[in-house]
Write a new protein. Structure first.
Lengths: 345, 208
């Protein structure tokens, strides 16, 4: 009874192993690709299964021809050839390094870290060509853009002044003065003729002091004016680089002289650039410094804005920087004729 | 008795500045690597070039090697990639998809088991040893690259499935099915070729 039971268990085990061991497993067995426990299980199954043994022999017969494919050993010089190959590469790399310049790339670019001298020269040449071609164009475009922005700001000032006039019986903004100097002295902005623009802001006809600064002047950051809205009005004036037609009395908009239209506001007068009289400047040939000496924007009393490429007014030939033909100024001089435009700092 | 340093130890010593360690690695693997590439490319010139380039690559990028891994599969990965590049440059050969039938286009739906069933007599058993070698060489040479490289690695160089998966950068199951397909493909092609082969030594020109 016990022997029969043991025999049945062995038979059952053998059946299970036989089912488990299929051709794929036998192939792995023949190829020595089985795990140790699987190898042991297949070896045990083979002991009790002649058919499985036969199939394993067939597999081995299939693989047997492969064993005839022997290959010759590598050439005797293989090791030295390999080492020579590496040495040659190192020498070549050393030669290359002698003609390359380390060039640290910016972090994260991953471009290899070095650039050869030849590539560097080519890159420099390309940059020079690009700069040569593009820079003048870019500069011109930037100047044009600033010129247009400046003109736009002047139109806005004209609108503000016009609104002020509409609310004040036709009178343009007038700060009122009693023979005070129009040229700032000893850091006192009260003498500036630009004070006539203050009423526009005081009355909130314009709220942006940045309009008082032409963006074309590279030397003056426009942001300063913007940031000074809480500052006092004289501080705003100090930062302004536009000039206003000389006024010693209230001017009505209806008093505009015709047939030509007088300038009301302009870019900075070069005679007084920097807040002081510059006697070396030739007023006949010098344009405002605000646009690189190319010309100046003019806001006329009728609200129109134009570009003058010289200080001379087209209709009258009057120089807008001068009082008549006066060459020296103390800050107390005044135009003698109503047609004499004088853009006063 | 002093144990020989491991591959990984030799590489570490080389990176630390010991020039002799790299030469030891070269001496240890140059023969096996050469024979692997020779069987894979069937060109002794290619084998020399590829082995030189593979060791050069190891020399150049050895510092990037993950020392927690084994060196040998990494070395064979480099060589296999370079050998594949060489084959690709020389000619473009169409690879057989893994799920293709063993017999390929002319083999019908024959599986490995079917192949064994009607192979009661080993084809070519009566072939001369040298002729058999030439037939084997030709059959293996004409196998698709992906089957040939797994057959060479698995049968001739005794790589385990896991190592082959690492070398070929494919899943373990893919390696297994690919090796089985390679053996079956070889068996079918060898049988077909050997049955028509004259039993003399001058059947093929050239040889290894």
């Amino acid at each position: 009874m016990g022997k029969n039971r043991q025999h049945n268990e062995e038979t059952q085990t053998s059946m299970n192993e036989k089912e488990f061991v299929r051709d794929d497993a036998l192939l792995d067995f023949a190829l020595n690709q089985c795990a140790p426990d699987e190898t042991e299980r297949i070896a045990r199954a083979l002991q009790n299964d002649a058919e499985m043994k036969n199939r394993l022999e067939l597999i081995k017969n299939v693989l047997a021809p492969l064993d005839t494919w022997t290959t010759p050993p590598p050439p005797a010089s293989m090791v030295s050839d390999i080492l020579d190959h590496i040495a040659a590469h190192q020498n070549q790399a050393a030669d290359d390094q002698a003609t390359t310049i380390p060039f640290e790339q910016s972090e994260g670019r991953g471009l290899g870290g070095i650039i050869s001298l030849r590539e560097l020269v080519a890159l420099a040449a390309c940059i020079l060509i690009f700069v040569g071609i593009l820079f003048p164009g870019l500069r011109l475009a930037r100047q044009n853009s600033r010129m247009r922005t400046c003109a736009s700001q002047m139109r806005a000032l004209g609108v503000g002044a016009s609104s002020y006039a509409a609310a004040n019986s036709g009178f343009l903004p007038y700060a009122g003065t009693s023979n005070g100097p129009w040229l700032v002295r000893r850091g006192q902005p009260r003498g500036s003729n630009r004070r006539h623009l203050i009423p526009i802001f005081r009355g909130r006809f314009l709220v942006n002091p940045k309009l008082l600064q032409c963006p074309g002047d590279d030397g003056k950051p426009t942001a300063d004016v913007q940031d000074q809205q809480e500052d006092n009005e004289w501080s705003i004036l100090r930062r302004s680089n536009i000039n206003v037609q000389f006024m010693d009395k209230p001017v009505r908009i209806t008093m505009v002289v015709r047939p030509f239209v007088m300038p009301y506001i302009s870019d900075a007068n070069p005679l007084f650039a920097g807040g002081q009289f510059n006697e070396d400047v030739d007023p006949a040939t010098t344009n405002s410094p605000s646009h690189g000496g190319q010309g100046q924007n003019i806001l006329h009393f009728d609200g129109s804005v134009g570009w003058l490429s010289s200080p001379m007014l087209n209709r009258t030939g009057d120089n807008i920087w001068q009082i008549g033909t006066l060459r020296r100024y103390q800050g107390t001089e005044q135009p003698q004729q109503t047609t004499d435009a004088f853009m006063t700092p | 008795m002093v144990n020989a340093p491991t591959d990984e130890q030799l590489l570490a010593d080389h990176l630390a500045g010991d020039g002799a360690s790299f030469e030891s690695l070269v001496r240890r693997y140059q023969k096996e690597l050469y024979q692997f590439v020779l069987r894979f490319t069937n060109s002794s010139a290619a084998a020399e070039d590829v082995v030189q380039d593979a060791f050069l690559q190891v020399h150049l990028v050895g510092a990037t090697f993950d020392t927690s891994r084994r060196f040998k599969p990494w070395l064979f990965t480099i060589a296999a990639n370079k050998a594949r590049d060489w084959l690709r440059r020389r000619t473009r050969r169409q690879e057989v998809p893994l799920d293709a039938k063993v017999g390929g286009e002319d083999g019908g739906n024959q599986s490995f088991a079917d192949l064994l069933a009607d192979d009661q007599q080993s084809a070519g058993a009566d072939l001369d040893q040298d002729v058999s070698r030439q037939v084997v060489q030709r059959v293996v040479r004409e196998m698709p690259d992906n089957l040939r490289e797994v057959l060479v690695l698995g049968y001739f160089h005794g790589f385990a499935y896991k190592e082959m998966a690492s070398v070929l950068d494919v899943p373990l199951g893919t390696v297994k099915s690919r090796l089985h397909a390679a053996v079956a493909s070889f068996a079918r092609r060898y049988k077909a070729t050997a049955q028509n082969a004259p039993a003399h030594e001058d059947m093929f020109d050239g040889g290894l």
